[in-house]
Ligand binder design. Sequence first.
Ligand SMILES: N[C@@H](CCC(=O)N[C@@H](CS)C(=O)NCC(=O)O)C(=O)O
Length: 210
Amino acid sequence: MYTLYFAPGACSLAPHIMLNECHAPYTLDKVNLKTKETKSGLNYLQINPKGGVPALRLPDGEVLTECAVILQALAYEFPEKKLLPLAGTKEHIRCLEWLNTISTELHKGFTPLFAAHKWIENAEGLSQMKNSTRELLKQKLKLVDEHFADERAFLMGREITVADFYLFNVLNWGQFVEVKIEEFPFLKRFHQQMSKRPSVEKSFQAEGLQ
Ligand SMILES: N[C@@H](CCC(=O)N[C@@H](CS)C(=O)NCC(=O)O)C(=O)O
């Protein structure tokens, strides 16, 4: 049995979708990111000293952290689902390239929009910071949008991979922080298509999202 430590709508959504996609046996333990306590009453910092979600407890008891790594680990746990190209192939490297881009450029590109109020007290400064963050993020999203311009369904082409769950996860944040996905026609379509997957619907329901 796997245990996913998550916070609703956070970057733990991608591994949550992945668990559903793989029909993995798992339980959820919700983390209060302020108090660092889990719903089951555990001190989350003892599970993941870095304090952020996601963390995934494997059936052998070991705990993995880092969204991009958890996604890869699950792909290796369920190889029959073919959600990560075969290690050593060029497609595998390209998929890792996407995971890294999503993690370092997009995921962390969104972070100031959620967290900057903790660092900047001055309202005008905060607003300026958020506006420049949005502009930077939009430049990066434009590049991803252009990648889909050849009508590909997924980042890697015709086949869905772990990178698509992560991309969907971060695109979903746009609506909360005034980064309008509607401005990017291909990403909008990708987001709409992904939203319809049963694994996504199930994850949304469990996390109380709409
Ligand atoms: N490097 C980590 C970052 C995880 C992260 O930023 N998680 C956010 C939610 S999307 C979080 O838990 N923030 C609250 C905190 O770190 O205290 C990863 O990629 O998994």
